[in-house]
Design a binder for this molecule. Structure first.
Ligand code: NDP
Ligand code: BG6
Length: 513
């Protein structure tokens, strides 16, 4: 097996166990971590990556010796980068808290190098600067590719040949999209693997870093009351819902060549589905978990066009304000058929889940912002109290809701007797409301994922065979939609989405939660 250390394949690779957080390796030599944010001038770097790095620093999670370098073509001095970054940093625990000292300390560790993405010379210059900061310590290097995917390979080539670590590890975090179908994704993987081994590639799906997604396995595997119910025997359907109450404003150019299925379903929702439905892994080891996820993905039935509804938002006026249509975006062609909404019914062809519909729904410009997993249970056989629910027997079934965001919560809808002398039932919630139960702020997904990448923990990153399986499921459908030029059903900005989604659910006796 090739080593993770692409710079010098002969040197031992310090791993998670090498106490990189303390700044010392097992051999006693001090080590350092250099984090290079490639595309530092961009939106994601400003909005998510630098704030997450600061939060980690604030929490004392970064190693003693670390340096952050921004890299992009834009001309900027170190001071200008610091000024740009400082505008998006917030205090970790309480936004009103004054942590300006910590911010100043952090910003002093941030530097900038301007260069082209395909210039080995420019990466050699970066390497020289990194070495100066590493000051002869064992150097571990993390490159975060926060750039459009068409330049991933150029950067990886230059970084691995001219700026990889000579004596520590070199890792690369890759942002989605990982291709737009099976072929382009495989080509991207082949391209990356010309310069990196799989262990060096950290494909990020930030939904896996969300607190309640990570908690899914804890909920299921460490509570006796859930795991025995986790199958077709007790579960009637599972819903995975993503909705945003804003459109693609500002990102229309990117979005139009991807669409909601590639943007949300093929990755974020499918990853949740895999975690939800996998068999018990042998251990919590990254490979054991990812092996189980791959198995579920490969057990999925082909996704049929008749089980999919696509939509696109149209302009809508409400309260005197006119909200734009998707095609009003200047970067979007007027005749675009790109879906901004999709609903799909998926099935897993294995003993545990045979016949259970997994319904996904993802949309932009809907009436609400939320991400949820809803598990609807079957009817109680011979329910003694069914009369109390009249003809609407669905009202009597239990439902477990995992609200990933906003306002994180896990609640179970149960039937309960309304207190009093009569016998009247209602549906009540056993509610674990995070804000009420836990005083500590929930870390942003990027914090967890960056920390994991630094620690060499791969559990929450996508392995290449997982990615292949995910594309295998969606590619035929995407091709069919495009070849047949399926027109999306229009829905008003701010609405609940196309009615077609309700018919799709009704076909499987499901009511969206
Ligand atoms: P940007 O479009 O802001 O690009 C980042 C930087 O890359 C820019 O500042 C620019 O830097 C450089 N760049 C942009 N376009 C090109 C180009 N055509 N050729 C060469 N360089 C270019 O992207 P984001 O920051 O929004 O996103 C970065 C990555 O993360 C992308 O892959 C995106 O799909 C993904 N992503 C983004 C999310 C977000 O919320 N923004 C969410 C999830 C994923 P310069 O000109 O200075 O070199
Ligand atoms: C990104 C998508 O992956 O996730 C965006 O490209 C979407 O379209 C975003 O808005 C949602 O992330 P979050 O964490 O804000 O729910």
């Amino acid at each position: 097996k090739k080593s993770e250390n692409n710079g010098s394949l002969t040197t031992a690779v310090p791993s998670k166990e090498d106490s990189s957080l303390t700044g010392f390796t097992a051999g006693g030599n001090e080590s350092t971590v250099s984090i290079t944010v490639v595309g530092a001038s961009g939106d994601l770097a400003k909005k998510k990556i630098f704030p997450a790095l600061f939060a980690l620093y604030y929490e004392g999670c970064l190693p003693k010796h670390f340096t952050v370098f921004g890299y992009a073509r834009s001309k900027m001095t170190d001071a200008e980068l610091r000024n740009m970054v400082s505008k998006t940093l917030t205090c970790r625990i309480d936004k009103r808290e004054n942590c300006s000292d910590k911010m100043d300390e952090f910003l002093k560790r941030c530097f900038y190098h301007s260069g082209q993405y395909d210039s080995e010379e420019n990466f050699t210059e970066l390497d020289k600067k990194l070495r100066e900061h590493e000051a002869g310590r064992i150097s571990n290097r993390l490159f975060y590719l926060s750039i459009p995917p068409n330049i991933f390979i150029d950067v990886v080539k230059c970084a691995s040949t001219s700026a990889s670590s000579a004596n520590g590890w070199t890792r690369v975090i890759v942002e989605k999209p990982f291709g737009r179908d099976s072929e382009s994704s495989a080509a991207l993987t082949r391209g990356l693997k010309q310069y990196l081994v799989e262990d060096q590639i950290f494909r990020i799906d930030h939904y896996l870093g969300k607190e309640l997604v990570e908690n899914l396995s804890v909920l299921r595997f460490s509570n006796l009351v859930f795991e025995p119910l986790w199958s077709r025997q007790y579960i009637r359907n599972v819903q995975l819902i993503f909705s945003e109450d804003f459109g693609t404003e500002g990102r229309g150019g990117y979005f139009d060549s991807y669409g909601i299925i590639r943007d949300i379903m093929q990755n974020h929702l499918l990853q949740i589905l895999a975690l939800f439905a996998m068999e018990t892994p042998v251990s919590l080891d990254a490979e054991d978990i990812r092996n189980e996820k791959v198995k579920v993905l490969r057990s999925m039935k082909p996704l049929l066009l008749e089980n999919v509804v696509v939509g696109q938002y149209k302009s809508h006026t409400k309260g005197g304000i006119t909200y734009p249509a998707y095609i009003d975006d200047k970067t979007v062609p007027k005749d675009s058929l790109t879906p901004t909404f999709a609903a799909a019914a998926l099935f897993i062809d294995n003993a545990r889940w045979d016949g259970v519909p997994f319904l996904m729904k993802a949309g932009k410009a809907l009436h609400t912002k939320r991400a949820e997993i809803r598990v609807q249970f079957r009817h109680v056989p011979g329910n003694l109290y069914k009369r109390s629910f009249g003809t609407d027997i669905d009202r009597a079934t239990n439902e477990l809701v995992i609200r990933v965001q906003p306002d994180e919560a896990i609640y179970l809808k149960i039937n309960n007797k309304v207190p009093g002398l009569g016998m009247r039932l209602d549906r009540s919630k056993l509610n674990l409301h995070y804000a009420a139960r836990y005083s500590k702020e929930i870390p942003d997904a990027y914090e967890r994922l960056l920390l994991d990448a630094i620690e060499g923990e791969r559990r929450l990153f996508i392995r290449s065979d997982e990615l292949d399986a995910a594309w295998e499921l969606f590619t035929p459908l995407l091709k069919e939609l495009e070849e047949k030029k399926i027109a999306p059903e229009l829905y008003p900005y701010g609405s609940r989405g196309p009615v077609g989604a309700h018919y799709l659910a009704a076909k499987y006796n499901v009511r969206w939660g």
